[in-house]
Design a protein. Structure first.
Length: 229
């Protein structure tokens, strides 16, 4: 699969970094107790940290609000997905376990404070391209609503848009029948490249530890705007 960043997107956000991890031969099912426990405990700890310091205490959340403004989206109206999770935790509306794929994705997003997207590889067609959505860019989101992605970073395949750091599409959602998946990691723009590569490796290792299988990664940036995974 060829993956790439649109030149306009790089121009708007020169510091943008997007990591991709492709998983094969994985097994998605009920989350192991270790993952359920870590997800619950981390939300409890995060609640007290948010209560004491507020959301502006977390640099990654602040940076993604800035990123949304750079691409033309209003981050007060279109919350970056990681901040939306933090706001749920702040209201004691903890995220319950669903299955190992979703639970892992939720844990990573909470732990690192950045948007993650996990997609069913069998539902993707052709290459993957990242650009900025316009008024005609839309899909049925995970909440069942038709969502327009104007001014928001959007991932596209040959069929059309399927993901973003705002909300993902129903078309490419993972399930307990998923055996191959694509992880998209919207990295903190201020994170150095070497640290970003280490983060991708840590995420990949933990995901494989839970789900088995194999993985390969690529990191897209201004200096490396395209690659193969």
């Amino acid at each position: 699969m060829h993956v790439s960043l649109d030149p306009q997107l790089i121009e708007q956000v020169p510091e943008l970094k997007i990591g991709l991890i492709q998983y094969t031969k994985i097994s998605v099912g009920d989350s192991p107790q270790m993952l359920k426990g870590r997800l619950q405990l981390f939300q409890e700890q995060l609640f007290f940290e948010i209560e004491e310091h507020g959301l502006d205490h977390f640099p990654s959340l602040v940076n993604f609000r800035t990123l949304f403004k750079q691409t033309g989206a209003n981050p007060s109206r279109y919350l970056p997905s990681a901040e939306a999770l933090y706001r749920r935790v702040a209201k004691l509306n903890y995220l319950p376990p669903v299955h190992s794929g979703i639970d892992s994705n939720t844990f990573f997003s909470l732990y690192y404070g950045i948007p993650f997207g996990l997609y069913e590889r069998a539902a993707l067609s052709g290459d993957v391209h990242f650009g900025v959505g316009n008024e005609t860019t839309s899909y049925e989101a995970l909440n069942g609503r038709e969502t327009t992605l104007s001014g928001i970073i959007t991932s596209h395949d040959a069929i059309g848009p399927f993901g973003s750091p705002y909300v993902d599409s129903q078309r490419t959602s993972v399930s307990t029948t998923t055996t191959d998946a694509l992880h998209v990691v919207y990295l903190n723009p201020e994170m150095p490249l070497e640290e970003a590569k280490q983060l991708l490796q840590a995420v990949s290792s933990m995901f494989i530890q839970i789900h088995g299988g194999e993985s390969s990664t690529v990191l897209l940036s201004k200096s490396n705007p395209e690659g193969t995974i």
